[in-house]
Design a protein around this ligand. Structure first.
Ligand SMILES: [Cu+2]
Length: 65
């Protein structure tokens, strides 16, 4: 399990967007996003570069801290 901090989420729609963006990355599954904690956790079945995750999050308007 990997946990990352995500900056800029303010509502359930943000959570849904982040969840989808992470789930769409090849190799990432079991994505859980907590709005109150501002974190996302997930399982990865292979090495997914942090940069790939960072870019996917940035593309939808949030930042990985
Ligand atoms: Cu929102």
């Amino acid at each position: 399990m990997t946990t990352i901090r995500i900056k800029g989420m303010t509502c359930a729609h943000c959570v849904a967007s982040v969840t989808k963006a992470l789930s769409d990355i090849s190799g990432i599954s079991d994505v859980h996003v907590s709005l109150s904690e501002g974190v996302a956790s997930f399982e990865s079945n292979k090495e997914v570069p942090l940069e790939t995750i960072r870019e996917a999050i940035h593309k939808i308007g949030f930042e990985v801290e």
